[in-house]
Design a protein around this ligand. Structure first.
Ligand code: SF4
Length: 869
């Protein structure tokens, strides 16, 4: 800290800084100073932003009775008031909702204009300028009539109570605002408010660097930071970034990645090394997002499955034990519905409660919360805040486990948000539950939160203004000509002439240039070493160095740096090997059935990840009928149908009306036995009924034209054994055709290619079913898929001889030998699986529908290959 700043803080006077980050920086610098003096206790310096300082002074004055009895508006209340006012100012052809979207911008413009001594009505010409003038007048009128006060809109004569307090010192500002000058004259004559720190006598050593791109720039910066901190662990460095893309938090992650490259630094080390300023909207933080999602689940008539699954996987949902809520999430995902009607969800959960107690608990909470948040009566926001808290508490939200310090801070922020929301009573009429929740969500989107960090060695900031405190070194990233000085960007709501008169930096090119030159002088004054850098290229954009920061020849290329490997791509795709599975004779039954071997055949890596490590595909949610419901309905219907018909003779005996009635009856039985079908909307289920009837009609036509047959077995359960393990299987149907057994597997979707006659196990399930039956002493003479197509049902498979079906079967010369080879191939696949082999597939077609490219890192490898191409 320079001497003037130390004197200002040491004098005990309130210090006003441009933002809360600079306030934290001054407090930390003050603490370092006191520690260096050997002190262990010292008074907390009073450091505030202008708005926070004004609010504090007004509250203290209110306690002394020195100000009128009015209600002070906080930012949320003021925004709500602006929204209400704007809605009433919509002109013909203007949309109220789109006007209210500008409330925040108008509110800020009004505050800034007031503090700059601008009367928005004076030169207002266009619609935007006139709107601000009208809205400001209306807001002031509302405040007068309702006994409200916005300090941001207060003029010097309304702030006369400040004469009773000591003059603050303002630091980090280029000049005082008009309001501050007026207050200085009225309240603190002769006092100098602005603390103008001395300029650097000699500019610090300054390097100007050109990097190939942002990644190289960050890597060079990381190397510079590291060498400073390794040389002097007490060094404090400031990295300023002029880049707006990617976000500052991503730049922080990249910088940390480069800083930590080649070390085993963990998150705790990161907190000591690097602090990133800014914070994120509260809504983007899991605790607040999950709280809102839980409340929305309680209020909404329809539950989105994706949101429900995310909630059940939330670590903050303390209502259910961890294992139970994850199992419940899996079960809900398996039902395949993209959304649930509220009643359907409660019914389904109750129905599942017999198998999973947690389902009943969730159903009970849903019913209770739904009643508590009944949307019909309108209530004030204070009452809604109370109800929301009660509903969250009933769900054990954020109470199921101890929270770490950052989570605690988020919970505190969430409660502060609820208080803010409750305060809206002052300006809003009573609301319905869903309107109240929408308002709370909007507040969470607008509120920013950053967990407090300690005194990190490096601070990354997006503020190119005065650093206020001194650093050992400052590095300014991304300082390309295109963005520094920044382009003029006048405020659309205030007349340009007024902005120029008030010297707003964004009003014009000259103002921007003056702002940038001032910032440069402050960087130079606040550090022992200054580095300015810019990336020569960003995507397709080529950059030049900024003219303001020195001659073009002064810029040199960054030293070549070894690029750190980016997080997420740190290891290329490669074959893996897991521990072998221990199996004991007579064999363990593995999960997955025939699909396990089919996956091992398609990609050993995927099979190990999915069936041994549990990397299941995400739930396939459907807007219509989920695939598993469709498959189950069709299987059950065909099962009931052949149970009644017995075979082709029974089918041929049916007339058209009899067939329709039988199919209808079997459909009803299938629906009754499929709980998930009952939760489908009626219209969707009806469409599915018609589609299924059409498919069954097509299948029965095919069955009529076959050689005579009887259906011997339906849904036959059995095991296949091999390599010491067992797989549980279920065969859809086995027909008897003359003296031959024909194995049939129902297949929905696109017809599958049959390669079993080409020495290839495709489709594998036919081979494994045939092999399993052979192991039971019940060999078949043919195996076929029955493609269930609504218009073109057909068989496809292989057979020992001609005549078992009219068409669709490929004849194999050596049926017994082929089956022995199938068994050998299946055993080899199982051995491979049990041995833990997890090589990546060589057939890239298998990757097209795989859910694991990020896990096996093939996605990264493909990206590299594409970049190479
Ligand atoms: S993406 Fe390809 S290589 Fe990777 S697991 Fe999936 S199928 Fe295997």
């Amino acid at each position: 800290m320079d001497e003037a700043l130390v004197a200002a803080v040491g004098s005990g006077r309130d210090l006003i800084v441009p933002d809360r980050h600079r306030a934290a920086a001054v407090r930390l610098a003050w603490a370092r100073l006191k520690l260096a003096e050997g002190r262990s206790v010292w008074s907390t310096p009073q450091i505030h932003t202008w708005d926070a300082w004004l609010t504090r002074q007004w509250r203290e004055a209110a306690l002394r009775g020195a100000v009128p009895q009015v209600q002070l508006l906080d930012t949320s209340q003021e925004r709500a008031l602006w929204e209400a006012v704007l809605a009433g100012l919509a002109e013909e052809g203007e949309d109220e909702a789109s006007l209210t979207q500008h409330a925040t911008a108008l509110m800020q413009a009004a505050a800034r204009a007031t503090q700059s001594g601008i009367d928005p009505a004076r030169l207002a010409v266009n619609r935007e300028e006139r709107l601000l003038a009208a809205a400001l007048e209306a807001v002031r009128r509302e405040c007068r009539q309702r006994g409200l006060l916005s300090l941001r809109l207060a003029r010097a004569d309304e702030l006369g109570f400040l004469a009773q307090v000591r003059a603050p010192r303002i630091v980090g500002a280029q000049r005082l605002t008009a309001l501050q000058e007026q207050l200085a004259g009225r309240c603190w004559p002769g006092e100098s408010l602005l603390l103008a720190p001395p300029a650097a006598e000699l500019p610090p050593p300054t390097r100007r660097l050109r990097a190939a791109d942002l990644q190289h720039e960050l890597a060079a910066c990381a190397r510079w930071c590291r060498s400073h901190v390794e040389r002097d662990p007490g060094a404090r460095l400031l990295v300023l970034s002029a880049c707006t893309e990617p976000s500052l938090s991503i730049q922080g992650a990249l910088l940390w990645n480069a800083l930590a490259a080649g070390t085993d630094a963990d998150e705790a080390a990161r907190a000591r090394w690097l602090a990133v300023e800014g914070g994120e909207p509260l809504l983007h933080q899991a605790l607040a997002a999950d709280a809102l999602a839980l409340l929305e689940l309680a209020v909404a008539d329809t539950a989105e499955t994706a949101a429900l699954l995310a909630l059940l996987r939330s670590p903050y949902l303390g209502l259910l034990p961890d294992g139970a809520r994850l199992r419940l999430a899996d079960w809900i995902g398996e039902q395949g519905l993209a959304r649930w009607p509220r009643n359907g969800l409660v019914q389904a959960l109750h129905a599942h409660a017999g198998r999973e107690e947690a389902a009943g608990v969730l159903a009970g909470w849903l019913a209770q919360a739904g009643a508590a948040l009944d949307g019909r009566p309108r209530r004030g926001t204070t009452e809604w805040a109370r109800q929301f808290t009660a509903v969250l508490d009933a769900a054990g939200f954020a109470r199921g486990r101890p929270l770490d310090s950052r989570e605690e801070q988020r919970r505190e922020r969430w409660h502060a948000l609820l208080d803010e929301f409750a305060g809206l009573d002052a300006v809003l009429p009573p609301l319905t539950a869903s309107a109240a929740l929408a308002r709370l969500r909007r507040l969470a989107r607008q509120a920013r939160h950053q967990a407090a960090t300690g005194d990190a060695a490096i601070t990354l900031s997006a503020s190119l203004a005065d650093p206020v405190v001194r650093y050992d070194g400052i590095w300014v990233l991304g300082l390309a000509e295109a963005r520094w000085p920044a382009a003029p960007r006048p405020d659309a709501w205030v007349a340009l002439a007024e902005q120029r008169r008030a010297r707003w930096p964004e009003a014009g090119a000259a103002e921007r240039r003056e702002q940038a030159a001032w910032a440069l002088s402050r960087w130079q004054a606040c550090c022992g070493e200054l580095v300015l850098s810019f990336p020569a290229r960003e995507d397709d954009v080529l950059h030049r160095p900024p003219a303001l920061a020195g001659n073009i020849d002064a810029w040199v290329d960054c030293d070549a740096v070894e690029m750190p490997v980016l997080a997420g791509c740190s290891r290329p795709a490669g074959d893996q090997h897991l521990e072998p599975v221990a199996v004991a004779s007579p064999g363990v039954t593995l999960k997955g059935g025939a699909t396990l071997l089919a996956t091992q055949q398609a990609c050993p890596f995927r099979a190990q990840a999915q069936w041994r490590l549990g990397a299941d595909p995400p739930a396939g949610l459907s807007e219509g009928v989920p695939a598993f419901v469709r498959g189950r309905l069709m299987h059950l219907l065909l099962q009931h149908l052949w149970e009644r018909l017995g075979g082709q003779a029974g089918l041929l005996a049916l007339d058209a009306a009899g067939e329709t009635a039988l199919v209808e009856e079997c459909w009803r039985r299938a629906v009754e036995a499929t709980p998930a079908a009952r939760w489908l909307p009626t219209t969707v289920l009806e469409r599915e009924r018609q589609r299924t009837h059409q498919t069954v009609k097509s299948v029965l036509q095919l069955e009529r034209e076959r050689p005579p047959f009887t259906v011997e077995q339906r849904e036959r359960a059995l095991h296949w054994q091999g390599a010491g393990a067992r797989l549980a299987l279920r065969i859809d149907r086995i027909d008897r055709v003359g003296g031959d057994a024909l194995l049939i597997d129902y297949k929905s979707g696109q017809p599958t290619r049959i390669d079993l006659h080409e020495q290839s196990l495709q489709p594998l399930q036919l081979a494994v079913y045939a092999a399993a039956l052979a192991q039971q002493g019940q060999p078949v003479s043919a195996a076929a898929l029955l493609n269930l197509h609504p218009h073109e049902a057909c068989f496809a498979g292989v057979a020992a001889r001609e005549g078992i079906l009219e068409e669709g079967l490929e004849r194999l010369e050596d049926w017994d030998g082929t089956q022995r080879r199938w068994q050998e191939q299946l055993v080899a696949l199982m051995q491979q699986h049990l041995s833990g082999e997890a090589t990546l597939t060589v057939d890239r077609r298998a990757c097209e529908r795989c859910h694991l490219p990020a896990l096996c890192r093939r996605a990264g490898e493909d990206a590299v290959e594409e970049a190479g191409d």
